[in-house]
Design a protein. Structure first.
Length: 256
């Protein structure tokens, strides 16, 4: 599998469209904008084998129709009428074989950011859209704290070495927030230095790994004493469980 290449195509202000290629075939994850993706495929001489969508937000699906208008390819995504040009509706546990690349992805349903959000896991890679970010998580637009908690816990059960490809470059601001919540965690300062150096070189800070997220991402650590303590201090009262902790720190981050 080491002839698989994963390239970020930047779109809008901070979106990453992930292009997974092998030889002359490519899978494109969450093409919010067709133009930079088409330019990349053309420049690299890549044929579009499939589009994978994690959720219906326009910055992830806005390029679907234009990309498949000019090149026939299946468009995978959750069963959600809000996704344009969708041809393959997929759900929990389903496997997707991308024949030209010789890769198989399995689908995980991870509601919370949106009602129908899914992730794709295969070949040691996780494409998780706007649910799990490097050192953070997505906003709860359509889901409950319980759903987001369970979705993040599901992702945390993947192998530690799994590379996590999320949909946005939010890492530095996420780490800055994490330091407010998880004040004693030495991994955060370390990660901040590394991420700042990457951004200074104009490199992505993504992918991270599941192992790193479990050790440093406060939204995956809501059962830890240190996080619970900061969250209840911020709330001004005791919090009953990890779900309430997650709800509190998500609100806290929204308020900054
Ligand atoms: Zn989104
Ligand atoms: Fe997004």
């Amino acid at each position: 599998m080491n002839d698989i290449r994963i390239t970020p195509v930047c779109a809008f202000k901070d979106n990453y469209v992930w292009v997974v290629s092998r030889g002359a075939s490519a899978v494109v994850v969450d093409p919010g904008d067709a133009r930079p993706v088409a330019e990349h495929l053309h420049a690299e001489g890549l044929q579009l084998a499939a589009i994978l969508n994690t959720h219906h937000h326009l910055d992830h699906v806005g390029g679907n129709a234009e990309l498949v208008a000019e090149r026939a390819a299946p468009v995978y995504g959750p069963d959600d009428a809000r996704i344009p040009a969708l041809t393959q509706r997929v759900g929990e546990g389903q496997r997707i074989a991308i024949a030209p690349l010789g890769i198989e992805f399995s689908v995980l349903e991870i509601p919370g950011h949106t009602r129908t959000h899914i992730a794709y896991y295969g070949a040691g890679m996780l494409f998780c859209g706007d649910t799990l970010f490097a050192c953070g998580c997505g906003r709860l637009f359509e889901g409950t704290p319980r759903q987001m908690h369970d979705s993040l816990a599901k992702l945390a059960r993947l192998p530690d070495a799994t590379r996590v490809y999320c949909g946005h470059e939010y890492t530095l601001s996420n780490i800055r927030f994490a330091k407010l919540v998880d004040t004693e965690n030495p991994l955060l300062a370390e990660w901040e230095r590394e991420a700042a150096a990457q951004r200074a070189r104009n490199e992505p800070t993504v992918p991270s790994t599941i192992g790193r997220e479990k050790a440093a991402n406060p939204f995956l650590r809501c059962s830890e004493q240190a996080i619970a303590r900061s969250a209840s201090k911020h709330a001004g009262h005791a919090l009953a469980d990890a779900v309430e902790v997650l709800a509190e720190i998500r609100e806290w981050k929204n308020s900054l």
